[in-house]
Design a protein around this ligand. Structure first.
Ligand SMILES: [Zn+2]
Length: 232
């Protein structure tokens, strides 16, 4: 058995630098596994769809990432078939920062809106959420039309934005890779997504209500267009 095979079999996780610093857009790392057109990395800044937040887009060693998927603690990146990468190769990973930053702004808008909705309607039940680059949505089991309360929810969310509060993001269990975000006095929520540093970065939030079936309500969230800050 070659040392490469051993290395691949024991490497079941990747160091998730997108948690340590979600404002990093370039990273040099090593390939730890290759299986046909999928590769795994020693460390990564490239987020893979989970918790409703879509994957990043970007490149690994100049090859476009076609798909990123998370399985347990490992992330598999699908590259074009002629990628030619081998275990042990040093590669540069870079991500589309404009997309990531927009995803983070929409993601945190959704976090805040969800907390406000749940505080207002303790019996409401979240069905799911999805964060895309143009908009986010949260679906609920709820029999009443949410339209009449959207202005109030928006105003409350904008108070959190304008307060420019520091958002704490950290591990609740490092070995199990469980993460949370917290705004002391507002909420502490388990989440493995990438989070902004300050609430003011969200910008202007606008909400729209959709009915997605009997007994179901959807809140669609948009934020204003703005130039992302320099990655840091
Ligand atoms: Zn989150």
């Amino acid at each position: 058995m070659s040392s490469k095979t051993v290395e691949y079999s024991v490497q079941t996780t990747t160091r998730k630098v997108f948690w340590e610093n979600p404002y990093l857009v370039e990273l040099e790392t090593r390939v730890t596994g290759v299986a046909a057109n999928e590769v795994t990395l020693e460390s990564t800044i490239f987020y893979a769809l989970s918790g409703g937040q879509e994957s990043d887009s970007g490149v690994i060693g100049q090859h476009s990432v076609l798909q990123a998927r998370k399985e347990d603690h490992q992330i598999f990146y699908q590259l074009p078939e002629d990628h030619g990468l081998n275990v042990g190769d040093t590669v540069k990973v870079s991500i589309d920062w404009a997309r990531r930053y927009k995803l983070m702004r929409l993601h945190f808008s959704a976090e805040i809106v969800l907390e406000i909705v749940m505080a207002k309607f303790p019996a409401i039940q979240k069905i799911g959420a999805h964060i895309a680059e143009d908009k986010a949505r949260i679906d609920f089991f709820w029999s009443e039309n949410l339209s009449p309360v959207l202005a109030e929810i928006t105003a409350e969310a904008m108070r959190v934005v304008h307060s420019d509060i520091r958002i704490v993001s950290d591990y609740s269990d490092k070995d199990l890779e469980r993460r949370y975000w917290e705004i002391p006095g507002f909420a502490r929520v388990p989440c493995g997504g990438t989070h902004l540093r300050q609430t003011s970065e969200i910008g202007e939030i606008s909400l729209k209500r959709d009915n997605v079936g009997k007994g179901k309500e959807r809140i669609v969230i948009r934020v204003d267009e703005r130039t992302p800050p320099e990655p840091s």
